[in-house]
Design a binder for this molecule. Structure first.
Ligand SMILES: [Zn+2]
Length: 456
């Protein structure tokens, strides 16, 4: 017997962010992810428009991982009437709590916060209610959704707790990849492979390029630190609080213990990063084997001599008076908010300081302007001269690059159709063409709000 299921690309099609996919039939409605679109004025408006489905009719929300572009609209989903079950790994649930509380805080102070009544949508009550609907599923356990639907979670290796969803129905399988990791990661287990699937919905953020200097990234980081120490400067690192901070702490811990870098004050100046690191400690069973061995031999993998976590504002302000050489890691990762803006205001004018950029910078963000060689940037509406050295280390990315995305797909047998999503349109097209040309796959780039029929 053949059945039809419908798949609607409600977000995360034609763009990297805003993942939101609806798989549905007469009997059941399953959402995968409910993320914020980020990075443009238009996205800010679209995020708060009505969903292209009735949230009160949705039975399940499956969450792949705790990045805001995959979870940031869950409060709106609840506010608009969702009464179903939310499912994810335990680590994703714990990280989502920390991330959503932080997003609530940021949005409450933003322009769109006032315009779209985000204080109500993101109220404490709503965020609290989310977690009363949220159950957890471990990796590699079959979980019955009823009506003949079954889910199975695999480790995506992207951030702590990240998962792919295999949904089976009527003997057929659809795979939702979520974001796929840039394995091997310093901390996480490798992205798992999938043997077979009839349909695949996959990410394509780096579908047209490979990561450079991956193998040298730790060495490059060490050299920047040593150089800063030698000139007795301040090294400011704008950094993402989730995953990148913990990767850096782990690598700094290794360097410190091997005496590869001298002891100096290293500040983690981000309340969010400190909370996220606590969640990492709680789920240390998810780390790769080598890291688990370090832990069982008694090593505190995120702590070393010189490390200072500054949660309170007064401690953050006191960093300015701390003697050089020193390192300050602070959010946000693109210098578009957070405490790093205060540090950049203090240190961009200091020719003996270094700003170290470690990740992709969206066009238009202060981080991107610095990379492009701006002589002056605006911080808190005031022009600040750029005299500090601006450096970038490549190779630190949480996403699989083009060759590794291709390799992932080449392991999956019996694919009837593969949907290339979560990438810029030109990138997704490029990757789809590569899959057609080299693997002979029926690869398709959906547009936002497009709906397709699947044979099940
Ligand atoms: Zn992600």
């Amino acid at each position: 017997m053949s059945n039809k299921l419908k798949l609607k690309f409600c977000g995360g099609a034609g763009s990297v962010t805003g993942a939101n996919f609806l798989l549905h039939s007469e009997e059941i409605k399953i959402l995968v992810d409910c993320g914020l679109e980020q990075g443009s004025k238009m996205a800010e408006v679209e995020n708060w428009e009505a969903f292209p489905y009735n949230p009160s009719e949705v039975d399940y929300l499956l969450v792949t991982h705790a990045h805001t572009d995959h979870i940031g609209r869950i409060p709106k989903l609840i506010y608009d009437g969702f009464k179903g079950k939310i499912l994810s790994t335990p680590a994703t649930k714990d990280l989502s709590r920390v991330m959503l509380e932080d997003t609530a805080h940021i949005l409450s102070e933003s322009e769109s916060g006032k315009q779209y009544h985000l204080d109500k949508i993101y109220s404490e009550n709503v965020v609290h209610h989310i977690f009363s609907l949220w159950d957890t599923v471990e990796y590699h356990q079959n979980h019955d959704l009823g009506k003949g639907f079954n889910i199975f979670l695999k480790d995506a290796g992207h951030i702590l707790g990240s998962s792919m969803y295999e949904i089976t129905y009527n003997g057929k399988k659809i795979l939702f990849t979520g974001d796929l990791g840039n394995s091997p990661s310093p901390l996480l287990a490798d992205t798992e492979f999938v043997d077979s699937a009839d349909y695949v919905v996959m990410e394509s953020v780096y579908g047209n390029r490979n990561h450079e200097e991956r193998s040298e990234r730790k060495e490059n980081l060490k050299n920047v630190i040593l150089e800063n120490h030698k000139k007795k400067g301040t090294l400011v690192v704008p950094i993402f609080s989730l995953e990148r901070t913990q990767e850096f702490l782990y690598e700094l811990n290794e360097m410190a213990e091997a005496n590869e870098i001298p002891s100096m004050p290293i500040f983690v100046d981000s309340p969010l990063a400190i909370k996220v690191t606590d969640v990492f400690y709680k789920h240390k069973n998810l780390f790769k084997e080598a890291v688990r061995k370090d832990i069982s031999s008694g090593d505190d993998i995120f702590k070393f001599k010189g490390l200072r976590e500054t949660e309170k504002t007064k401690d953050s302000k006191a960093i300015l008076a701390a003697p050089n050489p020193k390192i300050i890691m602070a959010g946000s990762g693109m210098s578009a908010g957070g405490r790093v803006m205060h540090h950049e205001k203090n240190y961009l004018t200091d020719s003996n300081a270094t700003i170290l950029i470690t990740g992709f910078q969206t066009p238009g963000t202060p981080g991107r302007l610095l990379l492009e060689g701006a002589k002056e940037i605006m911080i808190f509406d005031e022009p600040v001269k750029v005299k500090a050295q601006i450096k970038m280390i490549k190779g630190y990315s949480g996403h699989r690059d083009a060759d590794n995305l291709f390799d992932f797909v080449s392991h999956i047998k019996d694919v009837k159709k593969i949907f290339i999503a979560m990438g810029e349109p030109s990138v997704a097209m490029f990757f789809a063409q590569r899959l057609k040309d080299n693997l002979g796959l029926n690869a398709f780039v959906p547009e936002k709000f497009q709906e397709v029929e699947l044979d099940f």
